[in-house]
Design a protein around this ligand. Structure first.
Ligand SMILES: O=P(O)(O)OC[C@H]1O[C@](O)(CO)[C@@H](O)[C@@H]1O
Length: 318
């Protein structure tokens, strides 16, 4: 069973301006749509569409509009009740092909709500499960929440991965090797946050064919106890450090419609590859193929397997 945990889920509203975004200007919205969002929910949707058994765990009040969207998707989920409403994250599409994202902080959780959410996650996890902890933490959760959850989930005999940013990510990196997840999925910016360097520079170096910085950082995290480190590098592809080695692949080409959810789709692709028992090269290839497919779909749309074209031809061992 794949369990995803989204501490700060969202309604992802996408508006298309059909023209440029001008700071201080008045804009008329053209197309407008709302989809379920939040990193763990996106990962769960990808795995569910691939036919895997999943449960998405999240905080939400009964009757929250997000829950109707999850039901419409047929996504199996368990919710822990909270008083606050699920946040709305806004994606503004403007020309020339610019995606601007405005993420709300999310409603504050009380201590009782945090305790109930943690208890629900623990109740859902069984030995042998794969648990993915994804996204920002709602206000009320401590920055070291993922450190505590990784330790707890591992002690329950389950595999655990994390995809987060900012303080929760640096707290997790600081806890290595005493507490280490089985899987970490930073993008270049997040890798930069761990290293205390400019992530844009790392991505630019990778685009220029210089992978040393990303490879060394990923291998260092792996040597400090993280089972597998998947670094997504946008247009520059991605790198996987695991089993004592690193693999790199350039990005498969495809249309660019919306980058929202591409990283989560890559994580879903990685989890699907693990379930299929694929080797590291193929796991990297499937992850990037899922990310590329997501970029070709509107808003926060997570691809179905028939929209994903996997080939390990681009993968090289570094
Ligand atoms: O939890 P965060 O970091 O605010 O990110 C949430 C946003 O990221 C996404 O999961 C895409 O990665 C969106 O669905 C959501 O709006």
């Amino acid at each position: 069973m794949i369990i995803t945990f989204t501490a700060n889920p969202s309604l992802d509203r996408t508006v298309d301006l059909g023209g440029p975004l001008t700071p201080g200007g008045v804009h008329r919205i053209g197309a407008d749509s709302t989809q379920p969002g939040g990193k763990g929910i996106n990962v769960a949707l990808g795995a569910h569409r691939a036919g895997l058994a999943v449960t998405a765990v999240l905080p939400a009040a009964s009757g929250d509009p997000l829950l109707s969207l999850l039901e419409a998707e047929g996504l199996p989920h368990r919710t822990s009740p909270v008083a606050g409403a699920v946040r709305t994250n806004l994606t503004v599409l403007s020309t020339p092909q610019i995606t601007t994202k405005l993420n709300e902080p999310g409603a504050q959780l009380t201590t009782a709500e945090v305790n109930a959410l943690e208890a629900l996650l623990s109740e859902c996890v069984s030995p042998g499960d794969s648990v993915m902890l994804s996204g920002s933490l709602a206000p009320g959760l401590p920055a070291d929440e993922y450190v505590r959850l990784v330790a707890a989930i591992r002690s329950q005999g389950a595999w655990v991965g994390v995809d987060t940013s900012d303080a929760p990510l640096t707290a997790l990196a600081a806890a290595l090797p005493a507490v280490a997840p089985d899987f970490l999925k930073p993008n270049a910016e997040e890798l930069g946050q761990i290293l205390g360097v400019d992530g844009n520079l790392l991505e630019q170096q990778a685009e220029d064919g210089d992978l040393d910085g990303v490879r060394d950082a990923a291998l260092d995290l792996h040597q400090r106890g993280v089972g597998a480190v998947l670094v997504t590098l946008g247009a520059a592809g991605g790198l996987l450090a695991t089993e004592g080695s690193a693999w790199y692949s350039s990005s498969p080409s495809g249309p660019m419609v919306s980058t929202v959810g591409a990283g989560d789709s890559a994580t879903a692709g990685y989890l699907i590859a693990r379930e299929l028992g694929e080797d590291p090269a193929r796991r990297l290839a499937r992850a990037l193929a899922y990310g590329t497919a997501a970029v070709g779909l509107p808003g926060t749309t997570i691809p179905r397997p028939d929209q994903v074209h996997v080939t390990a031809d681009r993968v090289v061992r570094l």
